[in-house]
Ligand binder design. Structure first.
Ligand SMILES: *Cc1c(COP(=O)(O)O)cnc(C)c1O
Length: 344
């Protein structure tokens, strides 16, 4: 099919560009050093290209993605992109096409592969300080000898837990790493880490905070993301009739049920059901029954809603996360491809 018809997006993701920029500025102000926004996983589900465009406009100089595929997809050969998963020789063509991009080298083998593929080209280095996820051991830093290392990184395991002693141990180890690598800049703090004293070093790498997540208790962040779905059908349900899979919701009074075109395939996990808040025309609509793959039902009794009307989901990340057990990160990155991302 050469000419596919244009079809209106069935769902909308309303994205607040001022809040995004405000959250970025808040991170930089708290840290007192430049912030390198984490835009991996398509900008935590918001759409990495637009996030980068907006934060670059707000002064961000470099951005972090997970993979070379994400770096290429950004289409920004003009920006320093940090590739957190490092480098393998099969990504050499991507690295050649993005001359300002730098792998964050994680292993001795990655250091050797980078040196062989791009002698003299700058890279970053990840050093392990207590999370045991990615990074060379402090004793292996010499593997990067001969590479112009721009930033030496490490990453916190528990910075979201105030007072967790592992964070203090990681800070102390990273200070030693920094002393051993005086020629480079240094960065360890994610969104939560910025809330600990002594973590700023040369730069910070926030992700969640930019997108409206509460990375640390009582962190002040502005909400960025609001999903919207549409009413496909309105139906009247008599007392004693059930709604949805498992027939878990039963009408206790004559009810008007709105069936919405959004479900767990769009990132609305089934276990969020009891805690979801839906709003339309100034009214709150309680969920009726289970979330389906592409639909859910809400009790719209007493409203003037019509089929085709839009309904907002109250995407309160900290509250939904605390109530449901889904992490704030998952609540963002699972918002799927059916949404049109609309920046306001
Ligand atoms: C994802 C990531 C970040 C950002 O973390 P947040 O908790 O979202 O702020 C920072 N650094 C590294 C290495 C990451 O992988």
């Amino acid at each position: 099919m050469a000419d596919l018809p244009t079809v209106p997006a069935p769902l909308r993701l309303r994205l607040d560009g001022e809040a995004l920029v405000g959250n970025f500025r808040g991170c930089e102000a708290r840290a007192g050093v430049p912030a390198i926004p984490a835009v991996k996983a398509d900008g935590y589900g918001l759409g990495a290209r637009e996030v980068v465009r907006r934060l670059h406009g707000a002064g961000a100089k470099a951005f972090a993605v997970a993979t070379w595929a994400e770096a290429v997809a950004l289409g920004r050969a003009d920006l320093p992109l940090l590739v957190l998963h490092g480098f393998t020789p099969d990504c050499a063509a991507a690295a050649a096409a993005l001359p300002l991009a730098r792998p964050v080298l994680n292993t001795v083998a990655q250091c050797a592969a980078w040196k062989a593929a791009f002698p003299g080209r700058p890279a970053d280095l990840m050093v392990e300080t207590g999370m045991n996820r990615l990074g060379v051991q402090p004793a292996e830093i010499s593997a990067a000898d001969g590479i112009p290392v721009q930033i030496v990184h490490s990453h916190f395991a528990c910075a979201d837990e105030p007072g967790n002693p592992l964070t203090e141990r990681q800070i102390a180890r990273f200070r030693e790493v920094a002393a051993a690598t005086p020629g480079a800049a240094h960065a360890i703090a994610n969104s939560a880490g910025i809330h600990w004293p002594g973590t700023s070093f040369s730069a910070v790498r926030p992700g969640l905070s930019l997108y409206g997540g509460e990375a640390f208790p009582a962190a002040q962040v502005r909400r960025v993301v609001t999903p919207e779905a549409r009413i496909i059908q309105l139906r009247d349900v008599a007392v004693g009739e059930a709604v949805g899979y498992g027939a878990t919701w039963v009408a206790e009074r004559p009810s008007r049920i709105a069936v919405l075109n959004i479900g767990y395939a769009d990132g609305i996990a089934r276990r969020l059901g009891p805690y979801l808040k839906l709003h339309a025309g100034g009214r709150a609509l309680p969920l009726a029954g289970r979330v389906s793959m592409d639909m859910l039902a809400a009790d719209a009794t007493g409203t003037e809603l019509s089929e085709g009307d839009w309904v907002q989901l109250d995407w309160d990340l900290p509250q939904l996360s605390a109530a449901s057990g889904c992490s704030q990160y998952e609540l963002l990155v699972r918002l799927g491809d059916r949404f049109e991302r609309i920046w306001i």
